[in-house]
Ligand binder design. Structure first.
Ligand SMILES: [Zn+2]
Length: 246
């Protein structure tokens, strides 16, 4: 285990996909911790009904592109932070170029196709990725690394046929804040070269204020990181599936 970080935070480049309920507090934590460079990826615009949990934005941002509004907000906090933006969804045709060269990726997306796409892309590009999600009172953050640890597909083999929609299941704002902070902590350590959280999932139960950290065993039959992987590229048809999970 390599627990001694060797890359200075100021040299760390992190890619954050999704700047909503979980992504916004994560971005703030990453920026305030002192990372050097952050790429923000989001296709949406700021909506007034989400402001209570999307801490980067205010009423003046309603209608603006989320990555652009997030960049302005972060630069007000840290003028020396290098922020890049990509307005659009991470797609099989674009995602590898977006994450290439990153020291860590945070998946704060709100749908399973994007989560599986990021899991596959990060493994193929050899980048550590933290998959963070919140639904109702529960939050989770799984840190996957390309070498020697389990991946998202070790836990969830493939896209579910149906999943609860976050609009109907609901999201508790403070749970997003907690999970965004945990995801930032995992990404910071991974970006510095520390493997302490690799292959581990943190869970948070907001009703009991209960944290757990669980090791996810790697599966030899995993189609992504197993002994005989079948996912060796990003085929568009693999990422058509169910809706929201965050
Ligand atoms: Zn795996």
């Amino acid at each position: 285990m390599n627990t001694s970080p060797d890359r200075p935070l100021s040299e760390c480049r992190v890619v954050l996909v999704g700047t909503g309920g979980v992504g916004a507090p994560c971005a703030i934590a990453l920026a305030e911790a002192g990372i050097g460079e952050l790429l923000l990826v989001d296709e949406d615009r700021v909506e007034i009904e989400n402001l209570h949990r999307q801490l980067l934005f205010g009423e003046e941002d309603v209608g603006a592109s989320k990555p652009e509004a997030a960049r302005r907000s972060l630069e007000r906090r840290r003028a020396d932070l290098r922020v890049q933006t990509f307005r659009g969804r991470a797609l099989p045709s674009t995602v590898r170029a977006l994450i290439r060269g990153a020291h860590a990726v945070v998946d704060a997306t709100d749908n399973f196709p994007s989560r599986f796409l990021l899991a596959d892309a990060c493994h193929l590009e050899r980048v550590a990725v933290v998959h963070a999600a919140a639904i109702r009172w529960t939050g989770t953050a799984l840190c996957a690394a390309p070498e020697g640890a389990s991946c998202y597909r070790c836990l969830f083999e493939d896209l579910p046929g149906a999943a609860p929609d976050c609009a109907t299941a609901g999201i508790v704002g403070p749970v997003c804040g907690v999970v965004g902070g945990i995801a930032a902590e995992m990404a910071l350590l991974a970006a510095q070269g520390n493997d302490e959280f690799h292959g581990r999932i943190a869970t948070y139960d907001g009703r009991r204020d209960e944290h757990r950290l669980i090791a996810v065993p790697a599966r030899r039959s995993c189609p992504l990181c197993g002994n005989e992987p079948t996912i060796v590229d990003l085929v568009e048809t693999r990422y058509i599936g169910a809706a929201c999970a965050a």
